[in-house]
Design a protein around this ligand. Structure first.
Ligand code: AMP
Length: 206
């Protein structure tokens, strides 16, 4: 089984397509954003360290991220990396402990990303993701799956979204050329319905 990296700006739909890929193909899902949010929620030392960076929309330092990921995946196959690597240094670090077979770049423009993130809501209990415009819950403010309350992520507020996008352009966008140079990059248009994006990505992975 392949090791796959999902690349793309915040709001490209990495998490959404990742959960469908996990269901369809049985990948080990490694989302550094989810892992960090868990550490923050549990109040661990790592969570305490990460909290400030995340609230500002900055990246958590590479060494911290690399040790977190390495503990989870050492030499495993069939890993789906979501939101990692986010810098060239992280990509180089990743190559030291496992291989990358294909990188799927979800392409979507800045306007669409801002629109999506401002209407994104997350269930505080089970983490299910909604969009008030395109995928609203049946009952306002309430999760369809578990009845939990739907909240906006602190870092989905407009000021932080702008910062996250700048950081993406500066630190993460160079990964497109990095992986293109290695012949691993496959581009998928992500300005479409989740189902269509999933189908296009599944096609690339077959
Ligand atoms: P995400 O859920 O992927 O949007 O990540 C939320 C936040 O967690 C980011 O804005 C960063 O502060 C932090 N984060 C997640 N993944 C990484 C990573 N690979 N490197 C550095 N910071 C990360």
């Amino acid at each position: 089984m392949k090791n796959v990296v999902l690349l793309g700006p915040p709001g490209a739909g990495k998490g959404t397509v990742a959960s469908r890929l996990v269901q369809a193909f049985g990948f080990l899902h490694v989302s550094t954003g989810d892992m960090l949010r868990e550490e923050v929620a549990k109040g661990t030392p790592l969570g305490e360290l990460a909290r400030g960076y995340m609230a500002r929309g900055e990246l958590v330092p590479d060494e911290v991220i690399l040790s977190l990921v390495q503990q989870r995946v050492d030499a495993q196959k069939g890993v789906l990396f979501d939101g990692f690597p986010r810098t060239v240094a992280q990509a180089e670090g990743l190559e030291r402990f496992t291989t990358v077979d294909v990188v799927v770049f979800l392409e979507v423009d800045r306007e669409e990303v801002v629109r999506r993130l401002s209407s994104r809501r997350i269930c505080e209990k089970c983490g299910a993701v909604y969009n008030l415009v395109t995928q609203p819950p049946k009952e306002p403010g309430k999760c369809d799956r578990c009845g939990g309350a739907l909240l906006q992520r602190e870092d989905d507020k407009p000021e932080v979204v702008a910062r996250r996008f700048e950081v993406y352009m500066r630190d993460s966008a160079p990964l497109v050329a990095y992986y293109e140079g290695r012949g691993l990059l496959r581009r998928v248009r992500a300005d479409r319905a989740p189902e269509e994006v999933f189908r296009a990505v599944a096609e690339v992975l077959r």
